[in-house]
Design a protein around this ligand. Structure first.
Ligand SMILES: [Fe+2]
Ligand SMILES: [Fe+2]
Length: 423
């Protein structure tokens, strides 16, 4: 997944991060299977505030020294943190059964599988001594925020790895070609997560991914929602990576850590992953062709965009550290992702209407109020009362965003390869 696509949220269902403990803004979520899987970037659920929700893994204890590094078993969970996902695998098997679903274009999936097998980035993720030297130069608040960036990105990528790996395993008999693609995508995500975790070693840290796999809670999304969320997550990840790469290429003085130099090829992985989900969606026209599909499409777009915006504005120091204006960067990514998404989703948001960003900025202010309340020493019941106006305000802004006149779009027979349109 897109790495950072740690961007997801929304009301959720419980997407990239822990909405669970602190009731999310939505009601979808419901079940949760005991098994693992899910995803990045991006998806989250409209997180409200900087909730203090700690996932259960936190109780297991934190860092234990190992080989001179801090082995981290917890990450700071908030409503906006990347989540792990799981889904209804039985329904997935029915959706990808070629005897039941005559819309599955096997030739298209064969072609996609060949592209994944080519493994263009097999030798791309090779580190060099520049990493450690650059990390040593990062000091003070920027150092801490880089660590957080690496941790969140690693978690988001790993989330994609878990979900895709399980889908690859579960679909093997029903649809071997689709299953193989999922497995190859999990290879990519494992590579991305591993590369980010190696980056953490430059800061004498490492995430204990095995522990996270077992201890972290999984958010359940039914297959339809997994498709919307992962498609958006991959595409927004693509736009984030490529935008950062292009910016740093033009402004090399901000190239303070070499991982960004890898983003150009890296984002092509995310783009391919998104194209695969685009093909999957086309094979499930029932998820694209009615009024409910339009409502869900808008809902997921909003969830992802709001989550990313709130997350990133809270981390302005990181974006400013690499020479970006956080809000401009986010709006660029949102607009580009929305244009890409409009090629497949039946409806998207009118993000290019200036009112859209105005409302996002109102959400930022309200979210900050919630964060500020959380940091006071007032008793919990008082804090709960103090939060009410801000929460109501956020609900009202989110509803207003959702109800803005949408953009009808989509096509079930658009360009064979979205990549042709992206570049
Ligand atoms: Fe990835
Ligand atoms: Fe991906």
């Amino acid at each position: 997944m897109a790495a950072m696509a740690s961007t997801m949220g929304a009301a959720a269902v419980a997407m990239p991060k822990a909405m669970v403990e602190a009731s999310p803004a939505s009601s979808f979520v419901s079940q949760r299977v005991s098994f693992v899987s899910q995803r990045r970037s991006g998806l989250v659920a409209f997180g409200v505030g900087n909730g203090s929700a700690k996932v259960s893994m936190a109780a297991a204890g934190a860092a234990a020294p190992k080989g001179g590094k801090q082995q981290k078993k917890e990450i700071d969970e908030t409503l906006l943190t990347p989540r792990f996902y799981t889904t209804d695998f039985d329904e997935m098997e029915r959706l990808f059964n070629v005897e039941i679903n005559k819309n599955l274009n096997e030739a298209e999936f064969e072609a996609l599988a060949a592209e994944f097998k080519a493994d263009y980035n097999q030798t791309h993720f090779v580190r060099n001594p520049e990493f450690k030297a650059a990390a040593d130069k990062l000091q003070g608040p920027l150092r801490q925020i880089f660590v957080e960036f690496l941790e969140r990105s690693c978690t988001a990528e790993f989330s994609g790895f878990l979900l895709y790996k399980e889908l690859g395993r579960r679909l093997k008999k029903t649809n071997p070609v689709v299953a193989e693609i999922f497995t190859l995508m999990s290879r990519d995500e494992a590579r991305h997560a591993g590369f980010l975790n190696k980056g953490l070693s430059d800061f004498n840290l490492a995430l204990d991914l095995g522990f996270l796999t077992k201890a972290r809670k999984y958010t359940f999304f039914r297959p339809q929602f997994i498709f919307y969320a992962t498609y958006l997550s991959e595409k927004i990840g693509y736009w984030r990576y490529i935008s950062i790469f292009r910016h740093l290429k033009q402004n090399p003085e901000y190239q303070c850590y070499p991982i960004f130099k890898y983003f150009e090829n890296w984002c092509q992985d995310e783009n391919r992953h998104g194209d695969f989900f685009s093909a999957l969606l086309k094979a499930q026209p029932q998820f694209l062709n009615d009024w409910q599909a339009k409502l869900w499409s808008r809902f997921f777009c909003l969830s992802v965009y709001v989550t990313m915006y709130l997350n990133d504005v809270q981390r302005t120091a990181f974006y400013e550290g690499i020479g970006l204006n956080t809000r401009d960067f986010d709006m660029h990514v949102i607009v580009e992702t929305n244009r890409t998404t409009a090629r497949i989703f039946p409806a998207v948001l009118d993000v290019e209407n200036p009112v859209f960003q105005e409302r996002l900025d109102k959400l930022v202010v309200l979210n900050q109020k919630l964060i500020d309340i959380g940091t006071t020493s007032a008793p919990a019941p008082l804090k709960a009362i103090q939060r009410v106006p801000a929460i109501l305000g956020m609900v009202s802004e989110i509803l207003a965003l959702y109800l803005m006149k949408p953009v009808d779009c989509g096509s079930l027979d658009f360009a064979e390869k979205e990549a042709e349109l992206v570049y």
